[in-house]
Design a protein around this ligand. Structure first.
Ligand code: THU
Length: 134
């Protein structure tokens, strides 16, 4: 199993733990750090819908809580045939700790995947440079 396959596998395994009784849509994410460590997360919904935590945000929380800061590769798996492209908010969350050239692997339930660059998903992210211009 190569790194991409391993990450997609981990994303699919954690996806099974998703708490998504309202959408019935399961998402799993796996993040690889610069130390070659892997952090996973799934979506966690709430009866107050707006409080829902995306799988990517949940994986970032695990990665940061363990003392890491740098994401070098991302995998997202979901419970549909359509590839789960990270939502807009999660693209911004990921861009805080990753780079425009970070690979994002998206996997579906049919065993297929598609790989894109984070910079293609979120061109011109809001960044620390903008704050520095004040
Ligand atoms: N979801 C994620 O976990 N990640 C995304 O990037 C898109 C959406 C979840 C949130 C919610 O639990 C379900 O998918 C339907 O929106």
């Amino acid at each position: 199993m190569n790194t991409r396959e391993h990450m997609i596998h981990m994303a699919k395994v954690v996806m099974l733990n998703a708490y998504s009784p309202y959408s019935n849509f399961q998402v799993g994410a796996c993040l690889r750090t610069s130390n070659d460590e892997y952090f996973i997360g799934c979506n966690i919904e709430n009866v107050s819908y707006g409080l829902t935590l995306c799988a990517e945000a949940s994986a970032i929380a695990n990665l940061i809580s363990a003392g890491n800061r740098r994401i070098v590769e991302i995998a997202v798996a979901c419970s549909s045939s359509t590839f789960c492209s990270p939502c807009g908010a999660c693209r911004q969350r990921l861009s805080e700790f990753a780079s425009p050239d970070t690979l994002v692997h998206m996997a579906n339930v049919d065993g297929e995947h598609q790989t894109v660059l984070l910079g293609d998903l979120l061109p011109q992210p809001f960044s620390q440079q903008h704050l520095g211009e004040n």
